[in-house]
Write a protein that binds this ligand. Structure first.
Ligand SMILES: Cc1ncc(COP(=O)(O)O)c(C=O)c1O
Length: 464
């Protein structure tokens, strides 16, 4: 262990960014009395990034802080202190290639210098003045989102945007808007049902959670908001009985992320849109994970014919590249029925988040970046096909588009995730036994190849 720590120090000296943070890490108290076994020393020596041990700075910090944090997440041991491009660094100076991008958030990489500069500039100019007043950036971001949406071939009748702070909030606004439209169309209140689909994930607020039919998330908080119905994704035949005159909206992810990287088929979305129009329901696409060029087009639905375009489109995650922001894009069917005072937010649309979002949208809407997303997606797919050939009993299916990809495994991916992390690669899971890949959209080919090689090794060692 001592030799390993010495080698870490050597690595720190060779890498200025790590060196800077090594000095920070050294300032964190550690418990030097922890007992380290010979087998642990052997194991750690054989791994480039062994999970931090009991006597590490990470473990000491977690021991100090965890008791004060509501335990809503189960986290692995590393404590991340720095991000740079496609890499994260932990407090014990380990370097990790990040195939997760903060769950599809850091699409332009970690701590992009342009973004960091812009935050600093706007933080010195105006951060918040409230929605009671105009500022230059809430409107500028709204206008840009509409322009880029129309230019992309998506949501052809998009007119206006409500800006908030997160994906759940963006969906919550969409759900409330739909309820309001339903009430205007049918003042009896009968047109209030909201339809979502099995394995969907729309958020954790009570409205968005009510559209997230996963017992693990819903059961502890029941009863859900009344009036939500659940159908099966891609089941066209069931639509007439599922979507009825009582439906005010249908919310669907064009590619389910959390649910296992499962695309809705084009035929299904076309049939769903048609059924929504027949009964006067709004169609709500949740592109919080799959949108903003992650599939290679600005929106995942951009390539669909206009008959399949939504009335409500929600986004968040990559819109701030790590800074909290969400947005609900709507057409006139919604705006005509929303009046001043119907909805609101204190922080949503603040000039700092919106100036940042404006810069990010400009960059993510670049057709050259989108073409690269498609090409890099193919690079991943070729790697995955190799894994499927090498491990046919394990790798069952490759799903997704562009840089939102899923590898369906036949077993719990947990040991592979850990083995990858201990070799310097971060990957996350989704659905049932699915490995999910949502890296930065600007990751280099070499980094992708490096990650795929680590993944292969992680799979190989977990077979032994
Ligand atoms: C498709 C989708 N919708 C909604 C959400 C909720 O977003 P947030 O966690 O920002 O509230 C997520 C988050 O993972 C998501 O993937």
């Amino acid at each position: 262990m001592m030799a390993f720590r010495a080698s870490l120090r050597a690595a720190a000296a060779a890498h200025p960014a790590v060196a800077r943070f090594y000095s920070q890490a050294a300032a964190v108290p550690t418990s030097s009395s922890s007992f380290i076994t010979a087998s642990q020393i052997q194991r750690d020596a054989a791994l480039p990034n062994p999970d931090p041990a009991e006597d590490s700075a990470s473990a000491a910090l977690v021991r100090e802080h965890a008791p004060f944090m509501v335990a809503t997440y189960s986290r692995p041991p590393p404590v991340f202190v720095k991000g740079e491009g496609s890499y994260l660094y932990d407090i014990d100076n380990r370097k990790y290639l990040d195939f997760t991008a903060g769950i599809a958030v850091n699409s332009l990489g970690h701590c992009d210098p342009g973004i960091s500069r812009l935050i600093a500039q706007q933080a010195k100019t105006l951060m918040h003045a409230s929605n009671l007043y105009y500022n230059p950036w809430t409107g500028a971001l709204s206008k840009l989102l509409i322009e880029k949406t129309l230019a992309s071939g998506g949501m052809h009748d998009a007119t206006s945007v409500f800006i908030c702070n997160s994906g759940s909030e963006a969906n919550e606004a969409g759900i409330k808007f739909a309820r309001k439209v339903g009430k205007v169309l049918d003042p009896s209140g009968a047109k209030h049902e909201i339809v979502s689909f099995g394995n969907a994930f729309h958020g954790r607020t009570m409205g968005s959670l009510s559209a997230t039919p996963n017992p693990k998330y819903q059961a502890p908080f029941s009863p859900m908001v009344p009036g939500f119905r659940v159908g099966e994704l891609n089941d066209v035949a069931a639509l007439p009985s599922l979507v009825t005159p009582a439906t005010c909206s249908v919310i669907v992810e064009p590619i389910q992320g959390e649910g296992g990287v499962t695309p809705a088929s084009d035929d299904f979305l076309l049939a769903l849109a048609k059924r929504c129009r027949e009964v006067g329901a709004l169609l709500h696409y949740d592109e919080i994970q799959c949108g903003l060029s992650r599939t290679g087009s600005f929106w995942a639905h951009s390539r669909l014919p206009r008959e399949a375009h939504p009335d409500i489109l929600t986004t968040a995650k990559a819109l701030g590249n790590g800074f909290p922001i969400g947005a609900t894009i709507v057409n006139a069917r919604v705006t005509e029925n929303i009046k001043i005072g119907d909805h609101g937010t204190t922080f949503g649309g603040n000039p700092l988040a919106c100036r940042l979002g404006h810069h990010i949208v400009e960059r993510l809407a670049d057709p050259a970046l989108q073409a690269e997303v498609v090409r890099k997606g193919e690079l991943f797919r070729r790697g995955f096909e190799g894994l499927r050939e090498g491990y046919p009993a394990l790798v069952r299916e490759v799903r997704g588009r562009g840089l939102i990809l899923g590898l369906q495994l036949s077993e719990d991916p947990g040991p592979i995730v850990k083995a990858a992390r201990e070799r310097g690669l971060l990957v996350i899971t989704a659905g049932t036994n699915t490995l999910r890949f949502v890296p930065s959209l600007v990751m280099s080919d070499d980094e992708i190849r490096e990650g795929l090689a680590i993944l292969e090794e992680a799979i190989r060692v977990t077979r032994q």
